[in-house]
Design a protein. Structure first.
Length: 526
C-alpha cells in the first residue's frame, strides 16, 4: 500500500467519521406491542415468534416483514419463555413456554413453522411441561431439549416420526441453558441460573457421558437470554457472561469442552455516563469474523459492540469497536443480525431500575422497531452527496500528492493530525517492514507513534475496513509472494518465517483466505 492511497483513504475516513452513530433508523412499527419474541431472518424476511404483549399477556402470533409491511401468522400455541430452534431443513421448531399471562406455569405444546409457506404444523407434546427450555437440532435430525422454570428439569429427545421421550436426568436443574454441539455425536449443557432463577454452579452435563465441573463457570455467569448463532468455527463458540462478584462483562470462548475467557483489546463497558448497561445476547457473523451485541443503559441509550475475533487465531486479542446511540430506546434483549450486519431490535419493554441497573417492565410493552448500523454496515451505504464529496476530496488529494511528491519522506507539518498519523503509520509498516515481526501488536504501533491502540485501530479500520491483524497479514502475504517469485528455492517454512507468520498453519490459512489459493497452487500459476 503506497502513501498516496493511504492519504486518500484517510480523507475518506475523515469525511465518513462525521456520520458515526447517525445511522439509526425507525422501521415500520409492529402491529401489536411485543416483548421477548424469538427473532430470526428466514428466507430474507425478518420473522418474530411469540413473546408477550401489553399487560404481560401472552402473544399467540408470528409476524414476518415483507414489502415494508408486517404479516401475521396465527400460531397453534403461545411460546413466551419457550424454546425456538432452527432445523437442518430450514424450518423452525418452537415448544413450551408459560402456560398463562404474567409468565406463570409451563406448557406442553410443540409446533413447526415452515417459512416457505408461512404455516404452522402441530408436532405433539413434550415429555414434560416446560418453560425456560432450550433446544439443539442434532446432525441426525433429532432435537435435544433441556431446561425448565419452577419445575423439574431433565434431558429429552425428539425423533422425527416418533415424537418426544425422556433421555436422561441432569446433574443440576437449569433455566434457559446453553446446549452446544461439542463433537459430531455429543453436546454440552450448562447455564448461569437454576430452575428457580438462583445462581447455578459450574457443572456441565453431556449428551453422552458423565458431567464435569468447569471452574470458570463458578466465576462467570453466562447470560440467560435468547441466543442467535454463537458458532465461530467447528464446535467453537462465544458466550456473553458477567462476573459474579465485580459485575464486569466478559466473553467465554468454548472449543469442544474447553472453556476460556476471551481476551479483548477493549472491555465491554459496565456503565455509561447515564448509568449501568445491560448487554443482550451475542450474534456471530462468520463472514465478517465478528460477533455483535447491544447494551442498553439506565436511560435507554444504546451501545453497539462489534467484537472482531479474527486476531485470536494468531494469538492476539479480539478487537472491540463500540458505537453509542443516544436514546431513549425500549429495552429489548432480542435482536436480529441482518446479512449487511445491521442490528434490528423489535419491540421491547419500558424501564425499571434496581440499584442503577435497568430491568424490564413487562407490563409496558412497545411497538417500535429500531435498526442500528454496525461499523461494517454503515460503511457500505453512503448517501450520494457523500460519494460526490469524497470524489472531490480524492481529487484534491491527488493534486496535493503531485505537488509534494519530491518533498522529503517526513510528513508535512501542516497536515491534519489524522493524516500525519496515517503517513507515519505507512512509513513504519512499509519502510521498516514491521510486519515481519511475528508477535507484532497494535500496542507496539501505538507506542511508536505516541498514541493509543484504540485510535490506531480506529484509523486502520476506517482506512481499509479491516482489523489490524488483517492489514498486517495482507502485508505478510504480499511479501511472501515476492519471496516465492524471487527465491523459488526457499522452503515454505522459510517463507512463512521471513514474512512474519508465527507458524506454517497461520501462513497457509491467511494465504488461502487472501488469495483464494494455497501457496503451492499460487506458485504454480506464477
Amino acid at each position: 500500500m503506497k502513501r498516496l492511497p493511504l492519504i486518500l483513504l484517510a480523507l475518506l475516513a475523515v469525511a465518513c467519521s462525521r456520520s458515526s452513530g447517525g445511522g439509526t433508523g425507525r422501521w415500520p412499527d409492529l402491529p401489536e406491542p411485543l416483548s421477548t419474541p424469538y427473532v430470526m431472518v428466514l428466507n430474507g424476511e425478518l420473522t418474530l415468534f411469540g413473546g408477550h404483549t401489553d399487560g404481560f399477556v401472552l402473544s399467540q402470533s408470528a409476524w414476518y416483514l415483507r414489502g415494508g409491511s408486517w404479516h401475521k401468522v396465527p400460531m397453534k400455541y403461545p411460546h413466551d419463555h419457550g424454546f425456538c430452534t432452527l432445523l437442518p431443513d430450514g424450518r423452525v421448531m418452537l415448544g413450551g413456554g408459560s402456560a398463562e399471562a404474567f409468565g406463570i406455569g409451563q406448557s406442553w405444546g410443540v409446533e413447526i413453522y415452515d417459512p416457505a409457506t408461512h404455516t404452522f404444523t402441530a408436532e405433539g407434546i413434550m415429555d414434560r411441561k416446560r418453560a425456560g427450555a432450550s433446544a439443539l437440532a442434532l446432525p441426525d435430525g433429532r432435537v435435544l431439549v433441556s431446561g425448565n422454570w419452577y419445575a423439574p428439569d431433565a434431558m429429552e429427545i425428539y425423533e422425527p416420526g416418533k415424537g418426544f421421550s425422556f433421555l436422561k436426568d441432569v446433574t443440576v436443574q437449569r433455566n434457559i441453558p446453553y446446549i452446544l454441539a461439542s463433537a459430531p455425536d455429543n453436546a454440552i449443557v450448562f447455564s448461569g441460573l437454576d430452575n428457580y432463577g438462583k445462581p447455578s454452579d459450574g457443572t456441565v452435563d453431556r449428551l453422552q457421558g458423565d458431567s464435569f465441573h468447569e471452574p470458570l463457570l463458578d466465576e462467570w455467569e453466562p447470560l440467560a437470554t435468547q441466543r442467535a448463532d454463537l458458532s465461530i468455527g467447528e464446535y467453537a463458540y462465544l458466550v456473553l457472561a458477567r462476573h459474579r462478584e465485580s459485575g464486569e462483562w466478559g466473553i467465554l470462548r468454548i472449543t469442544g469442552e474447553q472453556f476460556s475467557l476471551l481476551e479483548t483489546d477493549v472491555a465491554l463497558p459496565v456503565r455509561s455516563d447515564a448509568g449501568n448497561y445491560i448487554w443482550g445476547h451475542l450474534a456471530v457473523d462468520r463472514s465478517r469474523r465478528s460477533a455483535y451485541t447491544v447494551g442498553i443503559d439506565t436511560e435507554g441509550n444504546a451501545c453497539i459492540a462489534r467484537i472482531c475475533y479474527d486476531p485470536i487465531f494468531d494469538g492476539g486479542p479480539a478487537e472491540v469497536t463500540l458505537t453509542e446511540f443516544p436514546g431513549p430506546f425500549p429495552m429489548a434483549d432480542t435482536f436480529a443480525l441482518l446479512p449487511d450486519a445491521t442490528l434490528v431490535l423489535p419491540g421491547g419493554v419500558g424501564f425499571s431500575t434496581v440499584d442503577d441497573i435497568p430491568t424490564g417492565n413487562n407490563f409496558k410493552v412497545f411497538r417500535e422497531v429500531w435498526a442500528f448500523p454496525t461499523e461494517a454496515s454503515s460503511k457500505a451505504r453512503f448517501p450520494w452527496f457523500i460519494a460526490v464529496g469524497l470524489l472531490l476530496l480524492m481529487a484534491a488529494g491527488v493534486f496535493f500528492f503531485r505537488r509534494n511528491r519530491n518533498s522529503p519522506a517526513a510528513p508535512p507539518a501542516d497536515l491534519p493530525p489524522t493524516l500525519q498519523l496515517t503517513e507515519q503509520l505507512s512509513q513504519i509498516i512499509e519502510q521498516e517492514e514491521l510486519f515481519k515481526q511475528p508477535d507484532l501488536r497494535v500496542t507496539d504501533i501505538a507506542a511508536r507513534l505516541a498514541t493509543n491502540r484504540t485510535y490506531i485501530s480506529a484509523i486502520i479500520k476506517s482506512l481499509s475496513g479491516e482489523s489490524f491483524s488483517n492489514l498486517i497479514n495482507g502485508y505478510r502475504v504480499r511479501y511472501a509472494q515476492k519471496l516465492m517469485k524471487e527465491h523459488p528455492e526457499m522452503s515454505v517454512t522459510q517463507i512463512a518465517t521471513e514474512s512474519g507468520f508465527s507458524s506454517r498453519s497461520a501462513f497457509y490459512r491467511n494465504f488461502k483466505e487472501i488469495t483464494g489459493q494455497s501457496p503451492a497452487d499460487w506458485k504454480k500459476t506464477k
